[in-house]
Design a protein around this ligand. Sequence first.
Ligand SMILES: C[S@@+](CC[C@H](N)C(=O)[O-])C[C@H]1O[C@@H](n2cnc3c(N)ncnc32)[C@H](O)[C@@H]1O
Length: 236
Amino acid sequence: MTDPKAWYVRSLFSRVPKEYDALLGLLTFGQDHYWRSFVAAKSDLPTNGLVLDVATGPGTLATELSQRLGERGLVVGIDLTRAMLQTAKTNLRGRDLGNRADWVLARAENLPFKDECFNASTISLALRNVSDAKKTLGEMARTTIPGGTVISLDFTRPTNKLFRVVYYDYLLGLFPVIGRIVSEAWGQTLSYLGRSILRARTGQQVENLMTVEGLVNTRSVPLTMGVVCAVYGKKR
Ligand SMILES: C[S@@+](CC[C@H](N)C(=O)[O-])C[C@H]1O[C@@H](n2cnc3c(N)ncnc32)[C@H](O)[C@@H]1O
């Protein structure tokens, strides 16, 4: 892999999968569960559907999606970090959902799947991390069936000025400190998270990328005072 951002992101996320879910839950005061339920609900999954979860990490959204599927439904989680996929596999097996998920080591920008094979495609808290967001959304659109939903949930910058002051203090001041208490790897990951959120795209910018990639009826919905935004559209 020659892409420096992908190298960097993989080296960060290789060292944190075990504590990822617990720490994210703590840092977001449990809001991350609500965000993922929102994404799963908007994915419009048929009972025995096939859904792609891009940059699945430790499989937290994949768990939520697989719980909504029937016995013959399947979630395919892809990620470029092997350690994340191993944790995802263990997590879903531990919840007796192992037979409703499959894991593939792959890059979001170059999905190893044929055209129009998934009922829906999701990416959560990760569009900031991929090297090419437009290509990623293009690949998600390509592999989704006509009428299927493509949805991205990601951190963004809240618009309320007062809330932003408090939030940025928390994000840039406290996050790295909490991270360093847990481990050096978490210290680095949480400083990266803060910096990446300051550069995050707005919901409208993600909607524009989706439109360029041929998705229609796009919408963006800010959640938790605009800390994150869910953006979704339909494959024509
Ligand atoms: C912050 S985690 C998000 C995990 C999970 N989706 C969630 O909702 O918590 C970001 C994940 O994106 C993965 N990732 C980053 N860039 C990627 C790329 N270009 N292709 C595939 N996975 C990527 C990382 O390996 C990491 O597991």
